[in-house]
Design a protein around this ligand. Structure first.
Ligand SMILES: [Fe+2]
Length: 225
């Protein structure tokens, strides 16, 4: 009896394999069937709630945490969109443009989590969002809230990272690595802008200078390297 997939001299693709099977001499058909059957029935692929193949099951608490974080990213996107509207209503188009971009970025982060959960064979259940805050007293207040929101998102990623490590889920820690890196950059960007807005002390002329910088895409802190 031949070993699985050792169909004589067959080394080609599946189309070639079909041809090879048709060309097998009649007296070898029985042997061929016995070689293939055990292989196809022995592999039991585990599937997830969406019916997709699952390589490694995900711990229930970690799955719940990832879904909650996905909601957090969508909520952040809604918050930044509301801030963009606040600035647009006050003729500060650079600030509005900046926050619109942040809103898109957060939506993209949510999409990355959805992609990852699907890749892991999980089903992505979307939760209802809370209406974002739209009443603010000053740009400084908005940037303070934004910085805190970024810090909260980073804390959530850290919790997920610890959960993934505890459950030996290396796939998830690897997925989270670049996201944590991105959060450090976001915190740095918002700390910088919060500092500049504080310098402005709510003076229109100073705020218009920052607004012009943001219109040109200048929102990063100074670099010494
Ligand atoms: Fe994010």
């Amino acid at each position: 009896m031949g070993t699985p997939f050792s169909l004589g001299t067959f080394v080609g693709n599946f189309d070639d394999m079909a041809t090879s099977v048709l060309c097998v001499a009649p007296w070898s058909i029985g042997s061929l069937a016995m070689s293939l059957t055990p292989v196809s029935s022995a592999i039991q692929v585990q599937t997830g709630p969406a019916g997709r193949a699952v390589a490694q099951p995900m711990e229930a608490a970690l799955l719940e945490g990832l879904l909650q974080h996905l909601t957090m990213e969508r909520q952040a996107s809604a918050a930044y969109f509301a801030m963009a509207i606040w600035f647009a209503e006050r003729e500060l188009r650079g600030f509005a443009h900046f926050f619109k971009g942040e809103s898109v970025d957060e939506q993209e982060h949510a999409a990355q989590f959805a992609d990852y959960l699907i890749a892991r064979g999980q089903s992505v259940a979307l939760e209802a969002l809370v209406a974002p805050r739209q009443a603010w007293s000053s740009p400084e207040e908005i940037f303070s809230a934004s910085f805190q929101m970024e810090a909260d998102v980073t804390a959530s990623l850290q919790q997920l990272y610890a959960m993934a490590e505890r459950s030996g889920d290396v796939r998830t820690t690897t997925f989270l690595d670049p996201l944590v890196d991105g959060q450090v950059s976001s915190e740095n960007r918002f700390a910088h802008l919060l500092g500049r807005v504080r310098f402005a002390q709510n003076q229109p002329a100073a705020l218009l200078i920052i607004d012009g910088e943001l219109s040109e895409g200048k929102h990063g802190p100074g670099s010494l390297s």
